[in-house]
Every structure is written in structure tokens, then in C-alpha cells.
Write a protein that binds this ligand. Sequence first.
Ligand SMILES: Cc1ncc(COP(=O)(O)O)c(C=O)c1O
Length: 415
Amino acid sequence: MSGQHAEAPGEHGGAGLERGRVDLQRYEHSLMGTYGQPMRVLARGEGSWVWDADGNRYLDLLGGIAVNALGHAHPAWVAAIAHQAATLSHTSNFFATEPQIRLAERLLELAQAPPGSRVFFANSGTEANEAAFKMARKTGKRTVIALDEGFHGRSMGALSMTGKESIRAPFTPLLERVVFVPRDDTDALHAAVTEAGEDLAAVIVEPIQGESGVRPLAHAFLAAARELTLQHEALLIMDEVQTGVARTGAWFAHQLHGIRPDVMTLAKGLGGGFPIGAVVAFGERAGALLAKGDHGTTFGGNPLAAAAALATLDVIEEEGLLAHAKALGEHLRTALGAIDGVVEVRGEGLMLGIGLSAAVSADVARAAVEAGFIVNPPSPDTIRLVPALTLTRPEADLFVAWMADHGSRIVREAS
Ligand SMILES: Cc1ncc(COP(=O)(O)O)c(C=O)c1O
């Protein structure tokens, strides 16, 4: 397993940030302000550690937002990309390549997909969800049910299914006939399905809502969504962009529930840091929805991205990272849950939301970065951990110790 350094990260107060400060000014003058002020300028990474432009070291517990499944610069991943780049990096989809075919076969196998199942490759989670939305429309029906607080991306189709008013509002009108229901509200789901009637094309859910604060859906709600979509011959779309590819200790989070969707979207961890997205359509009907001319993308599934993804899946298997994610997640859940000011730890495997007793997650995250730990606050009272699946227990315990001391103090002072 990579990332074996376990000495304490440094305290990074005001000193030692000169180069980064200059670079951030250059950033501000050359990039759009879509992300606000970045926290640091990062220069390199190894395992679960990254270094900023001034040489300060941080333990990366955000993993590029659940992307760097193998940590930074895993040798097998680097070698696979280098080899593929030197062999054949891009062809267009007028041609097929061995890595692309192998990756599709591998995903179907890991998802235990039945005969007739098919994969479409995209370049991001947003694009995977756009394709899924088009599949819903190709059923010939139009109504899509999505969840309040759900996040599926920011292109117009994906945004139309995203239940966050603040990011939708500037771009209305969005696509018609997307109906939102509250998470885990089975009655509201029933009512929306009844209202849609024969027009119900799809229900889209994240098995664990990531961007709204790591909120797992109740099994009963997922089971109801499965049953209702089957009854109405509608698609159950599971957005596993964040939960997929071993993040939760299973290859895909729906496997933890024993509930198979008709369509699953993937991205983030799939490429281990190389951009790639995928749509897995289960069974003959879903597998055939998008036909020749219905969809496409220049880069989708190019051999370089496919080689990076295959290397990621290989390492996850070879290093036993499914079991490791599960065990380390359980350890973190217990250790963090015992800290004063932590009211609950939500999630599965290495997708964890630390629920705080006060709405100070932004302060805690800022202090953590100053102390050399990269975490993020997806909601006012939640700290999210989505680290590399290769994170070691001693590394994880460095953050537990900081949280028990400094993090806890910030929460308690605000409570
Ligand atoms: C569940 C989910 N779906 C879709 C997306 C969008 O993916 P991307 O940023 O790769 O376009 C995200 C990103 O955070 C996500 O968490």
C-alpha cells in the first residue's frame, strides 16, 4: 500500500506560504472565479500526502473529492498511463481499442450485469448523468423523479435533476418534467409516481447523497424506488459517481443494498485521477436505449483514460482495498464518533460525513488545512472524508487525534 509516511503533518500558519500567495494572485487574474479562492496551490503528491508550492505537507483526506482512489502517483497507475501514452493515446470513436473493450467488460463483470447490458464511456460524472437523462427520454416518456438536495452535475440536463435551489436558480428555465421529492420520503415518492402515471421515465438517486453532506438513503426508500420503477416500466438510475468503485467497501454502493438499478453512472474514482465517466445499462432493454446516432463524445473511453481506469481497478483488487476501505471506515467511524462535539458519523467505507453539534464545519475545515489536513465541509455541520482507499490506519489516526483536540475545541466553543 502506498502512502506510508505517518509522521505528523506540519502546522502551516502564516509562514511558508509566499510562493503560493503569488501563484494565487496569478490564478485570480487568469481563471474564472467559479471556485472562489482556492485554499492552496498544490505542487505534488505521493500516496495520501500532497505538498504545496511552498513545500508544506498535507494529509489529503479529500482525495480530489473522492477521485484519487489509489492516492497520488501510485506506481502501477503511473506506469499504466505512461505505457498507454507511448502506445496509443487517442483514436476517436470511429475506432475501437483493446483497453476500452476490456474496461467495459470489466465493469459489466464487477457489476454482475446480466446479458444484454452495455457500457457508454463519458469524461465526467456530469456527462454520464447527461447520457442517463437521454436514456430516460429515449423510453418515450418524460417525467423524471429526483431528490431534494441531490447532486448530479451542472450542465443543463444534469442540473435539471439536481435538487439544490441555489445552483439552479440563475439558470432557469431548466428542463421540464423533473419532479423533486425529499430524501427517504416514501409517501412523497409514491405520490409523485402516481402523479406521473404513464409518463414516468425514471427515478434518479444517489445511494449516499454526497454533496449535501454524506446522507445515506434508507434501504426501504431505495427498495420502494426499485419496486415502483419496475411497476411503471421506468428506469431506476443510481448515480454512483461518488459512491462507486470501492469507495463504500463494495464495488458499487447499490450492492450493499442488494438492489440493482437499470442504469448506473460512474466517474470520480473510476480513473483514479484521470478523467473518465461511464454509464452502465443493466439488461437488454436499458442496454439498447441509446442506439446509433443518439449520443457520443470525442474523448469518451479513449485508450489512455481506459488504461488508467483498468490500472485503478487492478490495484483495488490486488491490494485488497474493498476490505481495507470497509475496515478503516469502521475504525474511523468508531474513533471519530467518540469525540466531543461529534454527534454522528454517517456513510459507508471511506465515504464519511462527520456530523458536528454546531454549524462550524467551514471553520473546522479551515483550521484543519492550517494544521496540515485536507478535509471539506459539504454542509454547515458536516466534515466530509473521502480519502484515498490506500490511506493507512496510522495516517487516519493523525486526523482523529487532531479532531479530538483542535477540531473538537472549535465545535465546543461554538455550541
Ligand atoms: C453524485 C454526483 N454526481 C455527479 C457529479 C458530477 O460529476 P463531475 O464533477 O465529474 O461532472 C458529482 C460531483 O460531485 C457527484 O458527487
